[in-house]
Design a protein around this ligand. Structure first.
Ligand code: PXP
Length: 241
């Protein structure tokens, strides 16, 4: 089965926010990603708004014609934003202000009651809910108790492993969690830290039906476009003096 690709365009906005210019626009990147074969556009509206802004979400909702997946913290404030903009899917993630990027998955069991009420609000608005969790059987069981449609398994640790042994161990953990989720009727996505050299091994885990990938794609896009960008500027300057 073809694995769906969710392209995370957050870091296009990171570049824009670094200079507070109107460009580059993550919505333009989203359209380019869809033209190139992305099945889904993923964005993480962080509480500190360090990359995408509320307005980006508004524009993305209007222009994305595949699936819009909003990653967000499990808070009342973010649920209010989701209900206003109506993404197709919400992926609930843990969020710490000091972190460089999402670190670790949600501890579902310890926040069961809070998650339950937030999930109900999203469900009532016909938004599909996914939980970003570590590949841990207890987290899968706890997610099942909340009757979510999907989980996204955190591949961050897999991506960080250095030795073959540790990598194999982490892949096994991902596979076991994916198998259990599928058995319980939960759709399985995965993501975090995936790049051009570590994605292939994950494809062997056939229970995974979706991958969300951002940083490595944006990083490659910057360098692949560099030659053209310099040539365009050079050509513009050519007729002068
Ligand atoms: N999935 C989740 C839940 C994330 O939080 C992120 C990072 O925002 C990604 C996928 C994409 O990770 P990366 O940018 O490392 O590819």
């Amino acid at each position: 089965m073809r694995v769906r690709l969710g392209v995370n365009v957050d870091h296009v906005a990171t570049l824009r926010q670094a200079r507070r210019t109107p460009y580059p626009d993550p919505a333009e990147a989203a359209l380019a990603a869809e033209r190139a074969g992305a099945d889904q556009i993923t964005v993480h509206l962080r509480e500190d708004r360090r990359h995408i802004q509320d307005r980006d979400l508004e524009v993305l909702r209007k222009v994305v014609t595949t699936v819009l997946n909003l990653e967000m913290a499990a808070t009342q404030e973010m649920v209010r934003v989701a209900l206003e903009h109506r993404p197709d899917t919400v992926t609930l993630v843990p969020e710490r202000r000091q972190e460089l990027t999402t670190e670790g998955g949600l501890d579902v069991a310890s926040q069961k009651d809070q998650l339950k009420s937030l999930i109900k609000l999203l469900r009532d608005a016909e938004i599909r809910v996914s939980l970003f969790i570590d590949p841990d059987l207890d987290q899968v069981r706890a997610s099942h108790k909340l009757a979510v449609e999907a989980v996204e398994l955190n591949t961050g640790r897999y991506a960080e492993t250095r030795s073959e042994g540790a990598r194999k161990e982490e892949l096994d953990r991902i596979e076991n969690a994916a198998k259990m989720a599928k058995k319980l009727g939960i759709e399985v996505a995965a993501g975090h830290g995936l790049h051009y050299h570590n994605v292939e091994a994950l494809l062997a885990v056939t229970e995974i039906t979706e991958l969300n990938i951002g940083h490595s794609i944006v990083a490659r896009a910057v360098l692949d476009g560099f030659d053209r960008a310099v040539r365009d500027m050079r050509a513009l300057m050519a007729p002068s003096r």
